[in-house]
Design a protein around this ligand. Sequence first.
Ligand SMILES: [Zn+2]
Length: 283
Amino acid sequence: MAFASLRDLVAAGGVAVLTGAGISTGSGIPDYRGPNGSLRRHTPMTYQQFTGDAESRRRYWARSHVGWRHVALARPNPGHHAVAALEAAGLVDGVITQNVDGLHSAAGSRRVIDLHGSLARVRCRGCGVLSDRADLDRRLRLSNPGFDTRAVEGPPLGAEVNPDGDATLAEAEIDGFAVVGCVDCDGDLEPDVVFFGATVPPARLTAAVDLLARSRALLVLGSSLAVMSGYRFVLRAGELGIPVGIVNQGPTRGDARAAFTLDAQLSTVLPRLATELAGAAAR
Ligand SMILES: [Zn+2]
């Protein structure tokens, strides 16, 4: 019955999609709050901690040096591909994602707002230049020839890695890690992501709110909506009189405000939806 509600909502078109970590678990990236959520193991570093002292940055980059490659090696799953197919069929207007893994774009979605940034980029805190994380990875490898990244390079992975590419490491491993600076100015580097508990850049938030305001419906996929950066779109949809559908494994903060909720595996239910709707639209 709930699937029919989902199908009807999307079939009418004009859908803004909001995704969270739940859509990427099918790609081997653990979520924060699911049954095996990484928040149960440790809390991600805050931006205040990161900018506070060099030791915290060393800790961040050492853990990220291990965890990033896990996210970088992940591939889109059938859920991501289904969302891209629904956009290609003219039913989805755009995707607002809380994920920093780049998998929606990798699956072929064109209008993607990376609300929390992207792990694929690094920004210099000195001169502001953006660079490719893969370049930084090569430099970090050269500066840390004995550093063991093998722990998470072979499948099955995931248990020690956060969706933001933060891996759990022993203190001794972190102590010996050599951080590198900006190629241009030797300034401190930071990932181009919104840290846990930090705020989304205003222009990006405006773009996301504008997408929602132009939409006929909001479909939440794989987010418990525990943080305001995602939940605010459910609240805004309510203000705009836009219906909200939620597909997630487990309850969400937005359930009481939703037209329907569907507790289902996204990598199963979304391909079925795309086959029924995008297949039909393509004919
Ligand atoms: Zn610089």
